[in-house]
Design a protein around this ligand. Structure first.
Ligand code: ATP
Length: 254
């Protein structure tokens, strides 16, 4: 089932055209990686889908309905967005911070069910030991996981993640991406993430989108992404090897 359809999308920051002629269809439960060099338009695309930015042209359909027809609450129950950088502004506890994700469902006071949901997510991410810590006293990686927990607590249909494994060590990168994979597979959550690590993108995604200078230059399955496209997108030389299980590994060189 198609959950998101984007037609002829364009976005401008005043005179800078950041996205041009973006056409994209995303199915329910798909894990989509957006790759591309710095400034390619990855964050801008995620922000247009999250309705943080208003496109200068084009159409975004969510569940076959125009994105701008959803009320803020309706949208918050469908889409959650993890920004690339977000510094802790207030000395909330981890529990308080993650409970913010429940706002689209609660009135004033969180219910027992809200608390249970939050505890489950903290456990899934292996951070229940941080529950009562202050968010401004955590490491970068710990804080990143808290922000991801808040996005998950929103119980979205579509999870938009801007570099979700940034700041995480290798083990935690794999753990978080495996969890996202599982959520897509078992809970049919659609995940669209901007990610710089090509090897993680290829390993965990159903679909890869390569952006260059605001345009989609590739959209397809990980194994369809050729070295030629990678070299063209990043302006580098690269080699691809296949692991025994068929996972492609990209090795860049100059
Ligand atoms: P990165 O990998 O570095 O995070 P990105 O692919 O996410 O990059 P965007 O942040 O979407 O790229 O930026 C796309 C283009 O829009 C770039 O040319 C950038 O300089 C420009 N841009 C981004 N934000 C603004 C802004 N607030 N005002 C003006 N131009 C902007």
């Amino acid at each position: 089932m198609v959950v998101l359809k984007i037609l002829n999308l364009e976005f401008r920051y005043n005179s800078v055209k950041a996205l041009e002629n973006i056409e994209l269809t995303v199915n329910e439960g798909e894990l989509v990686s957006i790759i591309g060099p710095n400034g390619a338009g990855k964050t801008t695309l995620l922000k247009c889908i999250a309705r943080i930015l208003k496109p200068s042209q084009g159409t975004i359909l969510l569940e076959n309905k125009l994105l701008n027809k959803f009320s803020p609450k309706e949208l918050a129950r469908r889409i959650s967005y993890l920004p690339q950088i977000e510094e802790p502004k207030y000395p909330l506890t981890v529990l308080e911070m993650v409970l913010i994700g429940r706002t689209p469902y609660t009135s004033f006071k969180p219910t027992k069910e809200d608390l249970e949901k939050v505890y489950t997510i903290l456990k899934q991410l292996g951070i229940e030991h941080l529950t009562h810590r202050k968010v401004n006293e955590l490491s970068g990686g710990e804080y990143r996981k808290i922000m991801l927990a808040r996005a998950l607590a929103q119980q979205p249909k579509i999870l938009l993640l801007d570099e979700p494994v940034n700041h995480l060590d290798l083990k935690h990168q794999l753990e978080v991406l495996s969890l996202l994979r599982k959520l897509a597979l078992e809970k049919h959550i659609t995940i669209i993430m901007a990610i710089h690590d090509l090897n993680l993108a290829l390993r965990f995604s159903d679909k890869v989108i390569a952006l260059r200078k605001g345009k989609i230059v590739f959209c397809g399955k990980p194994l369809e992404l050729s070295i030629k496209i990678i070299e063209e997108v990043y302006g580098i030389k690269a080699k691809m090897i296949l692991l025994d299980d068929g996972t492609p590994i990209i090795i860049p060189y100059t």
